[in-house]
Design a protein around this ligand. Structure first.
Ligand code: FAD
Length: 147
């Protein structure tokens, strides 16, 4: 029998169909955190300039089910899956859904990421997308531990 990694991870980007204010974001996060906790799904959500980037990780079926709900959500559209892969271990084990608005003045973007999400959507170079997503998730974790 082969050892298959148990953690499935998806990174996607999408555009908000209408600007989300703090209350709407709070509602979305409260809802997400409680249902992710039930399904053993962890990850993070970034929101900037009307664009979302989300990383989900957990048991494959749970992540796919969560993506199925998210894809049908009218609060955003133009959803593009950037990465879906099995990983050895979770990057966000402690977060049912970490959140980062990335609009605080003076918050430096990670090196190589500039201050847009564009690198994540670089066409024709999946390895650049993967690298940018990993840098971003690392940056997010470091920032959170510094608070
Ligand atoms: P129901 O309450 O039956 O929802 C019915 C429909 O209404 C669904 O299409 C739902 O998407 C939509 N809906 C629900 N609330 C609102 C609202 N306030 N305004 C407009 N439409 C609404 N869910 C998670 O469980 N985990 C996540 O990590 C997660 N991340 C998300 C990230 C983004 C960027 C967005 C936009 C949504 C996210 N959601 C997440 C929410 C997810 O899309 C579903 O709304 C949620 O899982 C409930 O789905 P349901 O079909 O069980 O709920």
């Amino acid at each position: 029998m082969t050892d298959s990694p148990a953690v499935f991870s998806v990174v996607y980007s999408s555009m908000a169909t209408a600007p989300l204010d703090d209350a709407a974001l709070r509602e979305l996060l409260t809802q997400s955190r409680s249902s992710n906790a039930e399904r053993d799904v962890t990850g993070m959500l970034l929101y900037r300039g009307g664009r979302f980037i989300q990383i989900l990780e957990g048991p494959e079926q749970a992540v796919r089910d969560t993506m199925g709900k998210i894809e049908r959500d009218p609060r955003h559209d133009r959803l593009r899956v950037l990465i879906d892969e099995f990983i050895e271990e979770r990057n966000f084990a402690e977060w049912t859904m970490g959140y980062e608005p990335i609009d605080v003045p003076g918050s430096a973007a990670p090196e190589g990421f500039r201050d847009t999400f564009d690198d994540l959507e670089a066409h024709g170079d999946p390895s650049a997308t993967l690298r940018a997503a990993r840098e971003l998730s690392f940056w997010f974790r470091v920032r959170s531990t510094q608070r």
